[in-house]
Design a protein around this ligand. Structure first.
Ligand SMILES: [Cu+2]
Length: 131
């Protein structure tokens, strides 16, 4: 139900869409993003000036409050042009949430579940800007 007070539509730019599956392996107690558990995980690569969409697909029965450093993202849950800007979004069990942001802060940024015990067990990635 959150709405931004002003439109938050992204400025024009090339678009990159990523899909991130949030999953876990309870046998080994690891939590994964696209099957990899940090730090044994490849960074997600984006480009400066891009509009970056990330589809967060929660395959588990747990909530995952996903937190991105360095950027505010639009959370696409029906707000239209006034989609709220957030730095953390809780992805409910077995649901999918789309977020998008402008890649306007070059660097290497952590993107992770804010449940400390998920983060500690792998649910994290670096997002880096390609050079
Ligand atoms: Cu989590």
């Amino acid at each position: 139900m959150l709405r931004a007070i002003e439109p938050t539509t992204l400025p024009p730019g090339p678009r990159r869409d990523l899909r991130v599956e949030l999953d876990g392996d309870m046998q080994n107690y690891i939590w994964t993003m696209n099957g990899q558990a940090y730090p044994n995980a490849e960074p997600l690569v984006i480009g400066a000036g891009e509009q970056v969409g990330i589809q967060l697909v929660n395959k588990t029965m747990m909530w995952h409050p996903m937190h991105l450093h360095g950027h505010f993202f639009r959370t696409l849950v029906g707000g239209g042009e006034r989609a709220p800007l957030m730095h953390t979004v809780s992805v409910p069990p077995r649901q999918t949430i789309d977020i998008e942001f402008t890649a306007d802060n070059p660097g290497s940024w952590f993107f992770h579940c804010h449940n400390a015990y998920h983060l500690e067990a792998g649910m994290a990635r670096e997002i880096i800007y390609q050079v």
